[in-house]
Ligand binder design. Structure first.
Ligand code: AMP
Length: 140
């Protein structure tokens, strides 16, 4: 399976379609999922091409995990969360829909289930949640 440079996250990285940015560094970008399964659901991706966990380099994985660690801790503070669910799907059979490596970060609260997939969120609320995570990162 090869990398398709026209996948939607590659377009986000190139600024061809908008996203609610949470954080970025030299190697990674974090932005809000527009179909959030919990409040604060965001995605961490490498800036370099990579389809999924199967073709990821150690450098890409290391960079993503460093950002996941930072954003997950910010989510705990921003949402008063009790925990974090980290998800990654590889290939269609594994549940992957967008073929640029990404890690889902879902802030979780005791006893609260995730929402069903595929439902568009409220954009104003998603924007506000992204800003809250970004502010928590700045104050860390
Ligand atoms: P998956 O490939 O199954 O891990 O899921 C892809 C994720 O990307 C889903 O949670 C979608 O809600 C999310 N998604 C799809 N398009 C966009 C977009 N333009 N901006 C932000 N998130 C997106």
């Amino acid at each position: 399976m090869s990398y398709d440079p026209d996948n939607i996250f590659a377009k986000i990285l190139r600024g061809e379609i908008p996203s609610f940015k949470v954080y970025e560094d030299e190697d990674t970008y974090c932005f809000m999922d527009i179909m959030p399964r919990t409040d604060g659901h965001c995605l961490v991706i490498p800036k370099t091409p990579c389809r999924n966990i199967l073709d990821a380099s150690p450098e890409q994985l290391s960079a993503c995990m460093t950002t996941v660690n930072k954003v997950a801790n910010a989510c705990m503070r921003a949402f008063g969360a009790d925990g974090i669910t980290l998800q990654q799907f590889s290939e269609a059979a594994g549940g992957q829909e967008v073929f640029h490596l990404h890690f889902h970060i879902l802030p979780r609260h005791e006893g609260v289930s995730t929402r069903p997939p595929g439902k568009m969120g409220d954009m104003d609320q998603i924007k506000a949640h992204g800003a809250a995570i970004a502010e928590a990162i700045e104050n860390m």
